[in-house]
Ligand binder design. Sequence first.
Ligand SMILES: NC(=O)c1ccc[n+]([C@@H]2O[C@H](COP(=O)([O-])OP(=O)(O)OC[C@H]3O[C@@H](n4cnc5c(N)ncnc54)[C@H](OP(=O)(O)O)[C@@H]3O)[C@@H](O)[C@H]2O)c1
Length: 290
Amino acid sequence: MKIVIIGAGGRLGAALVREFGAKYDLAGFDHAQLDLSNLHDLREKLGGMNFDVLINAAAFTNVDFCETQRDQAFLINAEAPGVLAEICNAKDAKLIHFSTDYVFDGEKRAPYTEEDQAKPISAYGESKLTGEKNVLAADERHLVVRVSWVFGPDRPSFIDAMIKRARENEKVDAIADKFSTPTYTQDIARMLPQFFDRGVEGGILHFANAGKCSWQEYAQWALDCCERIGVSLKATTVGACKLTDMKSWVARRPVFSVLSTAKYTELTGTPPRAWREAVTDYITRFYSKK
Ligand SMILES: NC(=O)c1ccc[n+]([C@@H]2O[C@H](COP(=O)([O-])OP(=O)(O)OC[C@H]3O[C@@H](n4cnc5c(N)ncnc54)[C@H](OP(=O)(O)O)[C@@H]3O)[C@@H](O)[C@H]2O)c1
């Protein structure tokens, strides 16, 4: 099976390249090698290649910049995925495209299912939702995987920033009134091959580690894990702050965006592992020697 990964330099894309490199005939493109905003280049470069699965892990992910660079956000997150889907159609290949919990408005207080209506409250969310629609309009057998709060060793995320702050400062705090679920890139990479076959499930699929938490709970667990393995910290308790304290944020963010993984569990017969277990695994593996 030949696989092409776009976004190979990103947090998720790099994890996918590492996980699949030994098992599949793989080609990866980072931003410098393939620019999603150059639709002509996309058609030229990918149109001339042979592959069975195209994975798009690239996106304009800076939520605040998307608000002020709306056209660029829509070009990269919405228009380009539609072009990728068309390229795949011409080859009878499957597109696996990543999307986000930020397509929801966050007003629900139970996990969002694939059937729930998406109502984004930011340009990022709007552009990602339009991208999903463009992919599935080209062929509903393509797969859109929505993930939340992605973390992993290939690019620092919230969890790494919190650990860094706790190592350098006596006092740290994190938002206590915003809820979703962390998702480990390694767990995404391990589950994804079940969906490579074009005959297998298309449409929208939610994937995240199991459970839910606030950013404060997430950060506290990360510090607890660090303490347990002997990482020296100046702060060991995470204080609470509010979403409304984040005065520098330009874009609105959903306050509750937990993704239901019931469909994933039903399809595969295996639930994702709990977020605490995934975070423990990550910290034990990548912080032990630091
Ligand atoms: N991170 C999260 O918490 C989160 C949550 C929900 C959903 N997601 C989704 O998960 C997917 C993977 O995100 P991630 O966490 O891996 O984010 P990431 O680390 O920001 O990776 C995105 C990658 O896309 C690349 N990229 C940006 N603009 C591009 C362009 N015009 N052409 C080609 N490549 C471009 C970036 O390259 P440069 O850095 O060089 O620009 C980066 O390597 C995305 O679809 C994202 O929307 C992420």
